[in-house]
Design a protein around this ligand. Structure first.
Ligand SMILES: NC(=O)c1ccc[n+]([C@@H]2O[C@H](COP(=O)([O-])OP(=O)(O)OC[C@H]3O[C@@H](n4cnc5c(N)ncnc54)[C@H](OP(=O)(O)O)[C@@H]3O)[C@@H](O)[C@H]2O)c1
Length: 273
């Protein structure tokens, strides 16, 4: 074998021996990321609120041949975050990869529709929960001394305000800054923190934007590729960010949005009042 062939670049994408904790791993983008990380060799913990959904997803993901542990946790709730992390440590003794994916948008509409409860529900999960879970896992990664990788799921809405998604967009802009702040502070511990900003991906979460065919066509027309994405199209970027293939990348949020060029005014006119 010649020297060039020995360099084995593709091996850098593998996650063999790694332990990955993925919030919101029971469906949608989180489940796709869990499947892809298991395919790349990681053992997986998926965490969300509904046990039956988690168990079904775990069964599916375990077909990739890795250990998959479903853990019920509401990651909006700080004591549940601590219990989740403790359970993972009891089972695996380490966490190499954290995917902060769970999020919510309780109200689709103008910001006038928001009251304090809806604001707190959005920020409490999308930003506060993500921050405190990152702290809990980051501390373990730091103390173990072997570094780690964190992948935060933001949104195209965190870069340009999503129409009817005002408070959600504010929270997702916060996620992009959270990614930069943690990357800056934790690079010295070998912890890399990166993010993905998806466009419209066909999941339960975004049904309002694609279930109605007229709306789906409008959303698709706002992309350069002229179509919406399946959740699996987010998964390989997460594997890249979690693996040595991205060893010199941190603090970045990559847009996976099919080339988004919003016709914002037209969409604003259609926003329910
Ligand atoms: N789909 C899109 O178009 C799109 C676009 C941009 C960004 N994103 C982002 O992508 C991420 C995943 O979204 P998705 O579209 O895959 O959504 P989804 O299909 O609705 O899945 C959401 C997941 O999060 C879990 N979850 C919700 N609240 C939770 C909580 N409090 N604690 C723990 N788990 C919770 C859900 O399970 P339970 O309900 O059982 O808890 C489910 O597993 C989110 O951060 C979202 O903001 C999505």
């Amino acid at each position: 074998m010649n020297a060039a062939a020995k360099r084995q670049f593709m091996d850098k994408f593998n996650l063999n021996g790694k332990v990955a904790l993925i919030t919101g791993g029971s469906r949608g983008i989180g489940k796709s990321i869990a499947m892809a990380m298991a395919d790349a060799g990681a053992d997986i913990i998926i965490a969300s609120r509904k046990q039956p959904d988690l168990e079904e997803a775990a069964k599916e993901i375990s077909q990739m041949g890795r250990k998959v542990i479903p853990i019920v946790a509401n990651v909006r709730n700080l004591p549940e975050i601590d219990t989740l992390v403790q359970q993972v440590m009891d089972k695996f003794g380490k966490i190499d990869i954290l995917v902060n994916n769970a999020a919510t948008n309780p109200i689709y509409g103008p910001v006038f529709a928001f009251n304090e409860k809806a604001w707190d529900a959005t920020m409490g999960l999308n930003l506060k929960g993500m921050f405190f879970l990152s702290l809990a896992v980051g501390k373990i990664m730091k103390d173990k001394g072997k570094g780690g990788a964190i992948v935060n799921i933001s949104s195209e809405g965190g870069i340009r305000p999503g129409v009817g998604l005002g408070v959600y967009s504010i929270s997702k802009a916060g996620v992009i800054m959270l990614t930069e702040v943690l990357a800056q502070e934790w690079g010295r511990y070998g912890i890399r923190v990166n993010g993905i900003a998806p466009g419209v991906i066909k999941t339960k979460f975004s049904e309002a934007l694609w279930k109605d065919p007229v709306r789906a066509e409008e959303s698709a027309a706002n992309t350069a590729l002229g179509r919406l994405a399946d959740p699996d199209e987010m998964a390989c970027m997460a594997v890249f960010m979690a693996s040595d293939a991205s060893s010199y990348m941190t603090g970045q949020t990559i847009q996976l949005d099919g080339g988004f060029f919003a016709s914002v005014q037209k969409l604003l006119n259609n926003l329910p009042q």
